[in-house]
Design a protein. Structure first.
Length: 307
């Protein structure tokens, strides 16, 4: 006996026919109550072995510190390439700009950008481009920017922040801030070497090169202001921010990292002479703000000696 045909002679799937027939019977209507109830985790119609497996999966999910959609997005090479492009920019961008840069259709770029936004990697806003406003200015464009990142994307979670915290507690309390600062400076120098950062005598060029170097490593940073020997950098994806969020007592490592980066970017400036503050590191939903102070005269003397 063939399967019944419903609607224009199109045969339905066996599961559809079974579900419709079952729901018409009194017993089926009674058994199907609550199947769509969100508070009901597993319907009684599921076999016991499937219920136990699903329960195990649900218990394992509790140990994930990162949402699964973030892991999936980070694991997709196409989305990862787009995220790398986003973090390499210093300003918001549109889907059309991303499409041109990556050589894909604008609809494809928009779809991938929306997936990154759903995973929490990007923030979406509407703003007018070109400085026009008022009637006739057109519809505001949909722009994307890198979202603040407070946790790393890692599977399985190796809990390195907890390990670092245990190591920090082993340090002598009196020397702890100095040792953490020195470790951060060495880490900043290592990052600069990995990115191939070249020093410059010009402070603005040096700091912009520093931001570009971090962008090549997958982190976004931009120079917000520069006045004399003081500068403000903004970074929604500071390399050590997830660590500091989980272990605020390690902030000296973060400040030392930025000082080590400045040393490698600005000729004649030493890391120990850089004063660094990160007042918004623990604030949610805002980029990290890095306040830097350095002796600009050192760089000028070194520049004259080199010439």
């Amino acid at each position: 006996m063939g399967r019944p045909c419903l609607g224009r002679g199109r045969p339905t799937r066996d599961s559809d026919w079974t579900r419709r027939t079952w729901s018409r019977s009194p017993k089926g209507r009674e058994s199907s109550k609550g199947l769509n109830d969100p508070n009901r985790a597993f319907p009684s119609a599921f076999p016991a072995d499937q219920r136990s497996k699903a329960s195990q999966i649900r218990r394992v999910d509790r140990f994930f510190t990162v949402a699964l959609n973030r892991l999936a997005a980070a694991g997709d090479p196409r989305l990862r390439a787009l995220l790398q492009y986003a973090r390499g920019r210093r300003d918001p961008f549109t889907a059309a700009e991303a499409a041109i840069a990556l050589g894909v259709h604008r609809n494809v770029a928009r779809s991938r950008l929306d997936r990154l936004a759903e995973a929490g990697f990007l923030a979406v806003a509407r703003e007018r481009r070109g400085g026009r406003s008022g009637p006739g200015a057109g519809r505001p464009a949909k722009v994307y920017r890198v979202a603040p990142e407070l946790e790393g994307v890692e599977f399985p979670d190796r809990r390195l922040a907890d390990l670092i915290g245990l190591l920090v507690e082993k340090l002598p309390p009196r020397r702890r801030p100095k040792l953490l600062r020195e470790a951060g400076e060495d880490f900043g120098r290592a990052l600069a070497a990995s990115a191939g950062l070249k020093p410059s005598r010009n402070a603005r060029i040096a700091l912009e090169s520093l931001c570009d170097a971090l962008g090549s490593l997958g982190f976004q940073a931009s120079l917000e202001s520069l006045t004399g020997g003081s500068a403000i950098l903004t970074s929604p994806t500071c390399p050590l921010r997830p660590l500091v969020v989980r272990r605020p007592d390690t902030d000296a490592i973060d400040q030392g990292m930025w000082s080590g980066l400045v040393e490698r970017a600005m000729r004649g400036v030493r890391a120990e002479g850089v004063v660094c503050e990160t007042p918004r590191c623990l604030s949610k939903d805002v980029p990290c703000s890095i306040l830097l102070s350095f002796q600009l005269s050192e760089a000028k003397r070194s520049g004259r000696a080199a010439s």
